[in-house]
Design a protein around this ligand. Sequence first.
Ligand code: G3H
Length: 256
Amino acid sequence: STRTPLMAGNWKMNLNHLEAIAHVQKLAFALTDKDHDAVEVAVLVPFTDLRSVQTLVDGDKLKIKYGAQDLSAHDSGAYTGEISGPMLAKLKCAFVAVGHSERRQYHAEDDEVCNAKVKAAFEHGITPILCVGEELEVREAGNAVPHTLAQVEGGLKGVPAEQAESVVIAYEPVWAIGTGKVCGADDAQEVCAAIRGKLAELYSQELADKVRIQYGGSVKSGNVAEIMAQADIDGALVGGASLDADEFVKIVRFRD
Ligand code: G3H
């Protein structure tokens, strides 16, 4: 396909701003222009790391992209503890995760909230990585595809094609996150193909063919090649394994 793979490290609640600098420096030292030509590389970091990462990336003109793990649906106001799209845009974030399963689970984010956050991200020129995926009971009941497609449709409700064409969808089966249980490549492909089909139905085949769909859930250097060999998987959202710079670089070099 013509889609450039996107390998994104989701650090979750790990690495303080000093550790973040050391980590991004390691990535910058290891990654070559050849790597960056082949794969888009991004890190999704804690809010408190963003300024440090921005200074490093801007100052050294690094090709590593960065972003946040969440944003508020609101632009400003009395929302204690929240961080807005305009704040992230000012820090030149390229990406922001929306509706990660940990947000859905621990912060009660539903599709309506995710939809408002997707819109807020686009409004401020930040590419949302909309995270979707089923819990174990849902998969065992045979409903992984309809469950995930409902999250895609809910997250993109009212989002115009001009914006939707640049969305990134991350398919992360909840039972595969942080468990070491990677979803079978065929099973992941089945859901990702269905997601692309849903995008074609909601918009057009042309738009669906442009959208990058990532897989996330226990991705590491040892299993990434098989996952990336699937026709509808265009990258990975990597949690635990992204905290080890050498391992993340190996994941970026999945073709080697
Ligand atoms: O956003 C990343 C996913 O939640 C995957 O996490 O690679 O630690 O399983 P994991």
